[in-house]
Design a protein around this ligand. Structure first.
Ligand code: HEC
Ligand code: HEC
Length: 310
């Protein structure tokens, strides 16, 4: 009796020991893969302080979806860990407001490093921060976004604590490129070389630039996505396959009032058209010209949607 108990104890002790060593090994692997320091040479950027730029920044944070993750007031959201903090750590998009609960000590360079390169103030890759979508932001738009962030009222609440102890979280992050864009998706040298972007007068090219954020929902070829996981709905095809019969005026009404020619309305909760509609006539015209220049892609020819972030 005593002897078999002893053996059982040794067996369980052994299993526990192996599990702990495995966890420790995984933790070390996580630290090396995800928490190593990344040196980036950040291009300097003059941040505007005039009201026009700040107002444009306010529109842009919705169009490029900072608010979708960081919250309507950009004070951060806890994504993981409410139920299972031991497995996932506590984690979520940070509080971006100035002040002690947010980015109190951020310099202009820190903002550019975080948004364009996906690298935090501590030199480590920001997790699930989709900077691979923001490397193409031109200087003026990036400057306006930062100008707006700096004028936000400081929030009273602390953002997510972002502690990293959580094997489930490590697994999500390491198995998804969008978990570590700074390491897996961004060429930090190339980011510096990006030209200021097309001039507004170059309508087609400027339209292509302005339509980049639409891809995150309507797909890389604008042919729609059967299921947008983060919204739980399909997104429609916006190539001439389905917008070919639209007039430019109908497109403007859809973007400014949410009303679609077939009599339905685009819910604001699914598409940030209240912000998109505040773009200038010239900008909406450029988007329209660009969308109409696309090949008409039938749903069966649409490329598979790869964006699984968030
Ligand atoms: C898909 C969700 C998502 C979107 C969209 C997103 N972020 Fe983030 N962002 C995150 C997450 C998650 C973190 C926290 C990363 C971490 O702590 O490792 C983060 C971190 C940051 C940080 C670093 C904050 C700190 O504590 O150092 C900044 C700055 C930032 N985001 C700005 C932006 C801006 C500006 C936009 C829009 C242009 C944006 N983010 C869009 C998810 C997102
Ligand atoms: C956050 C996701 C999201 C973004 C970003 C987004 N859309 Fe949409 N859009 C949708 C969804 C979802 C619908 C369908 C809503 C519904 O069910 O009525 C839609 C509908 C539309 C429609 C109506 C299509 C039709 O046939 O009824 C147009 C046009 C459109 N979007 C254009 C754009 C353009 C242009 C951009 C970029 C400037 C953009 N969208 C950005 C999600 C998005």
């Amino acid at each position: 009796m005593n002897k078999s108990l002893k053996w059982l104890g040794i067996l369980f002790g052994g299993i526990l020991g192996i599990a702990l060593i495995g966890l420790l090994g995984y933790f070390i692997y996580w630290q090396i893969q995800a928490r190593r320091t990344i040196e980036v040479d950040v291009a300097s950027l003059e941040i505007p302080t005039d009201q026009t730029s700040i107002d444009r920044g306010e529109i842009l944070v919705e169009i490029v979806r900072c608010t979708e993750c960081h919250g309507k007031d950009l004070s951060g959201i806890v994504w993981a860990g409410r139920q299972r903090p031991i497995l996932t750590g506590l984690f979520g998009p940070s509080n971006l407001t100035p002040g002690e609960n947010g980015l109190e000590n951020y310099t202009d360079e820190d903002y550019v490093r975080a948004i364009r390169h996906g690298v935090g103030q501590d030199g480590k890759a920001l997790i699930y921060m989709p900077s691979n979508f923001y490397v193409d932001l031109n200087e003026s738009d990036l400057g306006d976004i930062i100008a707006y962030l700096k004028t936000l009222p400081p929030s009273d609440e602390a953002g997510p604590p972002n502690n990293w102890f959580g094997p489930l979280l490590w697994n999500f992050v390491l198995s998804n490129p969008q978990g570590l864009p700074a390491i897996k998706m961004i060429d930090h040298e190339a980011v510096r070389e990006i030209p200021i972007g097309p001039e507004p007068g170059d309508t087609l090219a400027y339209g292509e630039y302005l339509a980049l954020p639409c891809k995150s929902c309507h797909g890389d070829d604008f042919a729609g996505v059967p299921l947008l996981e983060r919204l739980g709905v399909a997104s429609p095809n916006i190539t001439p396959y389905s917008l070919g019969d639209w007039t430019e005026e109908e497109f403007f009404i859809a973007m400014r009032e949410g009303a679609v020619p077939d009599g339905t309305f685009i819910p604001q909760s699914l598409m940030p058209w209240t912000a998109i509609g505040q773009l200038t006539d010239e900008e909406l015209h450029a988007i329209w010209v660009y969308l109409q220049s696309l090949p008409a892609v039938a749903p069966e020819d649409a490329i598979e949607f790869q964006n699984s972030e968030g």
